[in-house]
Design a protein around this ligand. Structure first.
Ligand code: GLC
Length: 447
């Protein structure tokens, strides 16, 4: 192969400069595995999907002090386990959750099947001590209900699973208590097989908690989990399964977590931001958790998509399984915005024009480039760099917009009297299909 054609490895200063943004991939440095690497076409549906809904629901939702409550407040195991008697799911209707995800404009869902507390929301023979919803007050298999409801709404099915489980002393001292650590590992293998094997086609496996004893990283704990083996098991049920990067294997996409704002350049690799619709102080339900402002959520979404990422937005049902109305309303407003502006989001790629933080960014699809303008006043002073494409038309909501193109520079005169809005979208039609940046141009070594 001609060396110029070979995929480049990006290391050192170049990698640092590439990542000179607020995007902070948790996953860099995961183990590599040729056997697990999926070709880009198998990830295409996910890259086109752009928006997913994340759901954190479990025993911790009853207490309303975050999904880490058992650990943070040192709640004894037996006492915490008693919460299962109250976990009846009386207001949990998965059909409504899936409808809400559809209303939000999500194309996939990711639901927590088991968090760090060990409580499994499905019929799990592999659960250590049978700590499941089937064996306790609800007697329901929520993963069955969820997977069926999501598919019924044409949503791709994602499952979150925490490898680690606080109930095992071997988690806190894996070398000192190897039998307990091995039992925890066995549980993970058994449960991954159940989740990927017993519920029809699962599209995304979203790991968390592969670290050990609250230290190190998912990768430094790979000696225990053997993530390549674990993921080969998962893929034996669905060879096209997309896997996030948090098992210790590098995964099919990268992952930026939390509500920090997104700045910097386009990162042309598959990546996902996961964050909460509410304050982000907790992923699990909290009473009166403030719901984020709609314009802010639109900015986050656009900031992610213009940098070529996906967004996974978390909602938290309460202890009885109801999603607060304030959250539902906000999510539907976002969905309304997406229904009106989805052309410039779904199926697009970030670019070709690099974003200017807080001012504008771009997405593209076919011969269309969409400029997403956050700050029209600042944009008015900008010359848009557009190399390699001739603009044939420029419009705002179907009305022509004046522009001049001089070589690689484009000047746009925004229409007067624009309403104040989170995102002013200008569509450029160009003379040839926009070429997305190729993933192979950048691939991280994690060094
Ligand atoms: C963190 C937390 C966990 C949460 C997850 C969501 O890893 O430990 O509580 O579920 O992030 O991304």
């Amino acid at each position: 192969m001609d060396p110029k054609q070979m995929p480049r490895e990006m290391t050192g200063a170049e990698l640092k400069s590439m990542l000179k943004s607020s995007i902070n991939f948790k996953s860099l440095g995961g183990l590599k595995s040729e056997e697990l690497t999926l070709p880009p076409e198998k990830k295409q549906w996910w890259r086109d999907a752009k928006v997913g809904m994340f759901i954190h629901w479990g025993l911790y939702s009853i207490l309303g002090r975050g999904e880490w409550v058992r650990f943070n407040e040192h709640i004894p195991e037996e006492e915490y386990a008693k919460l299962a008697d109250e976990f009846t799911g009386e207001n949990c209707n998965m059909e409504e959750w899936a409808q809400l995800a559809e209303d939000m404009g999500a194309k996939y869902m990711v639901m927590v099947a088991r968090h760090h507390d060990g409580f499994a929301l499905w019929d799990s023979p592999g659960s250590y001590q049978g700590f499941t919803t089937m064996n306790t007050a609800s007697h329901r298999d929520y993963i069955r209900e969820y997977t069926e409801a999501a598919r019924g709404h044409d949503l791709r099915v994602g499952i979150y699973y925490s490898n680690m489980d606080w109930r095992f002393p071997g988690y806190f001292d894996p070398k000192g208590k190897p039998e307990s650590a091995a039992a925890m590992k066995k549980q993970a293998y058994d449960q991954i097989a159940e989740l990927c094997g017993n519920y029809g086609k699962v599209d995304i496996l979203w790991y968390d908690g592969s670290w050990l004893n609250h230290s190190g990283s998912d990768t430094t704990a790979a000696w225990l989990w053997e993530p390549v083996k674990l993921n080969l098991l998962a893929r034996s049920f669905n060879p096209d399964l997309l896997i996030n990067p948090r098992s210790g294997w590098e995964g099919d996409f990268y992952c930026d977590e939390g509500s920090h704002e997104i700045t910097g350049k386009i990162i042309p690799v598959p990546w996902e931001k996961n964050m909460c619709v509410c304050s982000g102080a907790s992923w699990g339900w909290m009473a009166n958790d403030p719901v984020s402002d709609l314009d802010w959520l639109i900015h986050m979404l656009v900031d992610v998509v213009t940098r070529d990422g996906n967004i996974l937005l978390n909602v938290a049902p309460d202890g009885k399984g109801a999603i607060p109305e304030t959250v539902q309303n906000r999510v539907r407003e976002l969905g309304q915005w997406l229904a009106e502006n989805g052309d410039s989001i779904y199926g697009t790629r970030g670019g070709p024009i690099e974003p200017v933080d807080k001012v504008y960014g771009s997405t593209s699809k076919g011969q269309n480039i969409y400029l997403h303008i956050q700050d029209p006043a600042a944009f008015a002073g900008c010359t848009v760099p557009l190399a390699g494409y001739r603009v044939l038309g420029c419009s705002y909501q179907g009305e022509m917009v004046a522009y001049t193109q001089d070589g690689d520079s484009l000047k746009i005169t925004l229409p007067a009297g624009l309403p104040k809005q989170a995102d002013t979208i200008i569509r450029l039609q160009v003379d040839r299909p926009v070429e997305p940046k190729k993933d192979a141009e950048v691939y991280f070594t994690g060094k």
